[in-house]
Structure formats: C-alpha cells, structure tokens
Ligand binder design. Sequence first.
Ligand SMILES: Cc1cc2nc3c(=O)[nH]c(=O)nc-3n(C[C@H](O)[C@H](O)[C@H](O)COP(=O)(O)OP(=O)(O)OC[C@H]3O[C@@H](n4cnc5c(N)ncnc54)[C@H](O)[C@@H]3O)c2cc1C
Length: 588
Amino acid sequence: LGTATPLQHSKHQDAGSFDFIIAGGGTAGLALAARLTEDGTHSVLVLEAGLRPDTVALYQTPGADLQVPGSPIDWAFSTLPQPGLNGRQLIYNQGRCLGGSSSINGLAYTRGSSSIYNLWASLGNNGWSWEKVFPYFKKSTTFNPPSAKNVTAQDYDVSLYSDGPVQLAYPPYVYAYPGSEAFVESLSALGLPKVEDLNGGTNIGVKHEPFTMDNRYRRSSSYDSYYMQARDRPNLKVLEMSPVQQVILEKAGDTVVASGVVYTDYASGQTLNATAKKEVILSTGALKTPQLLMLSGIGPAETLEKVGVQPYVINENVGKNLQDHIYFSVIAEADPSISYSSLYQDYSKLQQATREYKEAKGPLTAPVGLAFGFEKISSDTLNSIGASALTALNRSDQAHVEYLYETIYYPNLPTPYYSSKEYNTSYVSFTAAILAPTSRGTVSALSNSLSDPPQIDPQYYTTPEDRALAIYSFKALRKLLAEFATHNFTIGPNNGEVAPGPNVQSDEEILDYIRETAAPVWHASGTCAMLPREKGGVVDEKLRLYGVQRLRVVDASVFPVIPDAHTMAPTYVVAEMAAGIIKGEYRS
Ligand SMILES: Cc1cc2nc3c(=O)[nH]c(=O)nc-3n(C[C@H](O)[C@H](O)[C@H](O)COP(=O)(O)OP(=O)(O)OC[C@H]3O[C@@H](n4cnc5c(N)ncnc54)[C@H](O)[C@@H]3O)c2cc1C
C-alpha cells in the first residue's frame, strides 16, 4: 500500500494496533470478540458507543423488560412517518451499551424454521443451510432445566443445546401461569399443537417462552455470557463510551482496504485512530452499520454526495432491504390474579416484588410476555386471503404469524382506541406479529455525523400481503380471546375485549385499528444483506464487504431474509459462524 491515499481523518493520535477491531460491543460484537480471543492467537479491540448495561441495574431483571427501553442504555431512535401506519412515527428502541440489544430486549429465545436458513443458502450463500448453522445455535446455548415442573409446555429437547455461554431458562413464577396455561390451551383448541421444543428447525406450535436468563433468573445477554467468560483475557480490550466515527479506508490503485477506525474516547474527550493488522469488523447493528458504512464512503452515490462524504465504494444496496416484524394486540380486561397491571399501579406491590426477586422468586422473574404460538398458514389460505406472493416467494414453509400472550395492556400507547384505564383494573393482551413481511424499508444517513441518528423508514404494511396477514391474524386473535374467555379469566362483555372493542368489525375498521396501534418488534435486519451483489448484496457468504478488503459486517444487518422468529438467536448464530470463518482464514 505504498501509494495509499489516507482518508481525511487519519491524522489523529494513534491508540494502538490490534489484529481485529470490532465496532460495536452488542449482541454479535461481544460474541464474536469472545470467540476470536479464546485460543489466545489474536488480539481484539472492541469499541462500544454506550455504557456498561449495569449502569441501569434493572437491565438484568426479566420482569422489568419494558422499563429498560427508554433508559440511558437505549438509543431510542424514531422512524420516519410511516404511510402504512396513518403517518405515525414510532420510537425505535435499540441497545446502546455492552451487550447491545441483548441487554434491553424481551429475552425470548427462538431460532426459526430450518427452511429460512435453507432459503438463505439457496439465495447464493453456501454454508448457511440449517444443517450448517444448527451446530452453532447449539454451541452458543445452555438450557437450565426448570427446578419444578409447574405447568405444561415447559419442556425442551436437551439435544438442541450444549454448554454454550448464553443461558436459557423458564421462569419459576407460577402466579401468572393460570392465564398463560389458558392461552396455551386456547391456541391448541384453534389447531396449533403444543410442542416439546421450537428450536429444532420446526417452528410451528405453542409453548411457554424460554428466555435468555440464568438459573437465578437474571438476564443472560452477550455481556453477561460471552463477555463475562472472556473479560480477563490479555488479548481482549473492550472500551465503552467509544463510538466509532469512521472506518479508515486506503486506496492503492483500484483496491480499497480497511486499515483501522477513527473513534471518540468520551472519557478523555479525544478522537483517536486504532489500527487493524488483520481486519475491521462492523457489529453496530442493522440501523447503525449502514450509516457507519455511508459515513466511511461506502454506499449509494446520491447519499454520499448529499452528506458530503468522499466516495470509496459505490454500492446502492447499503441500507436497502430493511426488514422487521411488527405487532398489534387485542386487549381484554382480566382477573388481577393473571395480570401484571397492578404491579405498576401499586408501588407497594412493586416493592414487594423487588424483595422477592432478590430471592429469585415472584413476578419479576418473568418478562411480561409469557407464552407464544407460531402458525404456518396453508398455501390455500394464503391464496384466499390475498397473500399468494408468499407461496411464490418460497416462504410458504415457515411460520407466518406469531401469537403472544402479554400480562399487561400492550402496547401501552396513546391512540384513538386507547381508553383511559381505571386504577385497579387489570388487563391481558393477545398480540400478533407478522413474521413473513414482504415490505422492505431503508436506512440512510441524514448528515456526515454519526452523532445524528440514522434515517429509518421500515415501510410497515405497505404491501397487500402484509395487510392481508395483519387482518387474518387480527381475526385469529378474536377467536383466541373467545376461547380464552371460557377459562373465566376475562371480565366484562365481548369476552372482556376493551381494545379495539365491538365497533371494529369490517376489514377496513380492523386495518385502521392496526395502523393506529401497531408497534415494532424491534427485529430490524437485512440492511447489509449477505447476497450476491447483483441481487442486492453488501457482503458475500463469508461476510466480507464487496469492494473493500479486510472489512466485514457481523450483525443482524446481514440477514438476507428475516427469520420467522425473534432475531437474537439468529444474530448469535451469525457471530458464531463468522468466528468459525475468520479463525479458519487466519489459522497459522
Ligand atoms: C426492545 C427490544 C426487544 C427485543 N426483544 C427480543 C426478544 O425478546 N427476543 C429476540 O430474539 N430478539 C429481540 N429483540 C431483537 C434482538 O435483540 C436484536 O435483533 C439483536 O440483539 C441485534 O443484535 P446486533 O448485534 O445486530 O445489534 P445490537 O445488539 O443492537 O448491537 C449493536 C451495538 O453497536 C453499538 N454501536 C452502535 N453504533 C456504534 C458506533 N458508531 N460505535 C460503536 N458502537 C456502536 C450499539 O450501542 C450496540 O451495543 C429485541 C430488540 C429490542 C431493541
């Protein structure tokens, strides 16, 4: 690289050199760092923009999972006004701390259908079929058996887990389980089977949710799991409050090479350079990674010109292909014995629950979402509801809708359908998420500063298929509520339904309710897709960036197609796969 042209920022003070520099100490970043440092041959620097998660002590408490978003360890982005949501802008939470979103999320652990990974492989990604990724799912997890089997649908198949860093468990909390059990029974009555385990590649059926928590019911994020096991290694350096501002690119003839990063050290107030002897790896998440690439000179020509960044590699695919799951609820008034509502209305109850939690007991051992069911809709039905594109898109062999049981009024947003809630009234929510969205959004840069948030435009419900699945699943939620009401836990007319209520009946009324109340499931992915470049790709099957040497992306950005599941486990699998690929390439 004798004739290299340094980027504009490369004159800052040098903070040292490392074999690998990982931007972002989140879910994937810390998992990858732990794997790359385990045999002692590579030195790794992790630069994380946020703080340690225990800055917000509640982050470890499963029952406080809705209190942590919005705290200082959340980026709390917002979307552009969404045409499919009657112009609403949504707050978009993302972890801003070590552990990233695994430190603030809902703890639900799901892998999805084998067919999704087989689809990834068939799209041009050799080595990513279910058969190939499954060992890495297994390697990353340990399942802690329930101490007492209080309820049904809390089984698991021991052969699907090993002794990996991420701890999985069911909560011991039985108080809310009569409602959760009734939900499981009600979904079974609607044709969804109770299954032993959803994590073996067949993602259809009903279960109590397994959560990423240890046997004391404390959150097991990538910080608590991978990082805690690796933190004393001399070859691992992890810096918090150190946002990466830019990847340093050098040009030698036609070749562009990543040689390090520019980052800000908030503690000292300095802007520093760090050098990567082997590679720079971006793990800043599906919303920040495309923005960081753009601000480094890699992205769509028009955006780079608009924000005034020197172009290094023009790739129109950066920031495209944004996919997400979105959900909405039918909400019912419920017997207080099965609801968490009173916990947040009566602070003496919350104090009592906090005391119990210190003994690993009580309601705070469980997140507010307790059980879920995954439905694969038949091709005939997909055709009849106007979602036939899903059969043509090779997405017929997967779960299309997820049903969730939440022990509160959820989502708790002011909307035209929000009726003010009376003190001492309790609620449960029946929630549906669309798992096979055909809408695609974008992420872009608004300015040439990473301090500005990315411009997020998910385009929810902008395709007929997404709207058809939404209306279908809303009607299923009402059937589910009617079945649930036979267990005598709901209060009042219409099976206890308080939102939207009986005035909403026609498809148009249902769609309007959904548009006014839907909230993201925060599964943003796909914005630097692992695909052939001509098919929309940003990275190849080894997660290497097209057009740049020594630069990879390892986070949820690379999913070519969003799995029919919550996205934390698939993100861990991307990190584990990346570690295997990278170690293989640099074996001495
Ligand atoms: C509120 C919420 C609830 C969720 N619930 C669930 C659930 O129950 N189950 C499930 O499976 N999934 C859930 N998810 C989704 C899942 O957590 C994410 O898909 C997954 O964790 C994404 O991992 P990642 O590594 O791609 O990004 P992240 O884990 O978000 O990591 C990105 C990291 O990069 C850091 N960063 C960003 N920019 C910079 C920069 N310039 N320099 C340095 N660092 C930077 C961030 O601070 C962050 O730590 C939820 C997500 C959220 C936000």
